[in-house]
Design a protein around this ligand. Sequence first.
Ligand code: ARG
Length: 574
Amino acid sequence: MKQTLTELLDSRVSAALAAAGCEGAPAVIAPAGRPEFGDYQANGVMAAAKARKMNPRQLATEVIGKLDLDGIASKVEIAGPGFINITLSPEYLASLVSAAQDDARLGVPMPPVERVVVDYSSPNLAKEMHVGHLRSTIIGDALARVLRFLGHEVIAQNHVGDWGTQFGMLTAYLIEAEQDGDVSIALNDLEDFYRRAKQRFDSDEGFASRAREYVVKLQGGDAQVNALWQRFLDISLHHCEAVYAKLGVGLRREDVKGESAYNDDLPVVVADLQAKGLAVQSEGAQVVFLDEFRNKEGEAQAYIVQKQDGGYLYATTDLAAVRYRAGTLKADRSLYVVDARQGLHFQQMFALSYKAGYAPQTMKLEHVGFGVMLGEDGKPFKTRSGTTVKLADLLEEAEQRAFALVSEKNADMIEADRRVIASAVGIGAVKYADLSKNRNSDYVFSWDSMLAFEGNTAPYLQYAYTRISGVFRKVDGWNASAPVVLSDSAERLLALELARFADAVHGVARDAMPHYLCAYLYELAGQFMRFYEACPVLKSEGAVRDSRLRLCRLTADTLKTGLGLLGIQVLEAM
Ligand code: ARG
């Protein structure tokens, strides 16, 4: 099978629609809303009939007459005004379970390969990473994993903020700190370093003018200032890498392509926009007016690409970056995993990029936005004293809390083992809490709910996996290639859920929505628990036992692979 289940049903129903005179009419396949509607519904008949002024029930009858689902469905029925309800046969579902088990990719088909740039994490290096970058890092990492799993060529781009006036101030302060002799200590806490540099900048005119001089020198390529700046970046990147390591995120130095990398290109971009008649002078600045973006008064909104003082902006850098991603990296698709509040910027930048020819029309540019992380009080997430939460501290706390939980459950386990579990559970919980929500909405960060062993959480899924591993530890011998037989309805429903894995993974890649996979895994774990209650496994015998063990095995493998795609580890015991 080189199609997902939905794709297969779609192609069969579309073919039947075409044979019934509705060429090109979409089949609209969806999982059935209720068990009595079968497993899948094809909902496209009504629209097809309406467009052609046909009777929908009659068309549905004709479509069913032409529909070839031999060996796939055991029942196909018309319901209501012209829905087609499809029930998959147990034999077919059993064959899918077998096929998935024989495949290292669990039966997930590969779509046509694309080269995909994923811009994620991308913190500003002047300060320490904060919770907004946590979301970008976690979501981007999950997307990169899913895309790679599907065979796409993923190019990670860590578009760090490493350029601009702040760095003049920081390098000037670095020299002072060096003279005081405490530079490594001073840089231990970047947040604090920044604060003190800013204080100096605001209170000492001499320092401020030195800082401004450094910006000019930096941009002019002065070797000494550049070396200082590099040193600062290196330390700041080390801080980021500590967070990546703790999170198990695979961003490497090679993936860093910061704002500074595009510096030389900025005047070129602006000149090009001028030459194309897209950028015009407005109040001394270089501005693009895009018709598709109008303000309340109906006037085209200004998109500034060069300031009055000649300085360039975040927008200019992103235009240069898009040219690089299209022209040099030859990406088919470029994802920007960035705070939803930057939505307008990206929409304008994308529109302009197509217009100026920086990205071909065939290249997909997508802003993968996300909402704000809120505290339990519903306000933006802060420490008790109201300062931003450092990621390193947050992850440390996650592990501590998980360690306390694990120790409570396994008092006699040796500490080193409890630490390993605590890290998988604590970090997994933080990631999963983020990934399981629709990324477009704000979400409340709550230790208690993310670390709960019930509900749609990482610990719940990790525990489900561990339980199945426990089953296999109790099995002495079994036949892993025995036929899968689905007689009980709980067995059939579990097999059906297993067969939906490919659609979940494909959906994540298509819409850049990791929560689809979370919802799927949660559903799968629930279906497994129902199966496990209804159908004795270890207490059954012979062929039944082998068949049920195969269902257990594939469930465990699917949970492990699925969680792995989210960057979350499983444990054999916990
Ligand atoms: N550094 C930016 C920030 O912290 C995010 C950059 C996102 N990527 C981009 N190509 N604009 O908000």
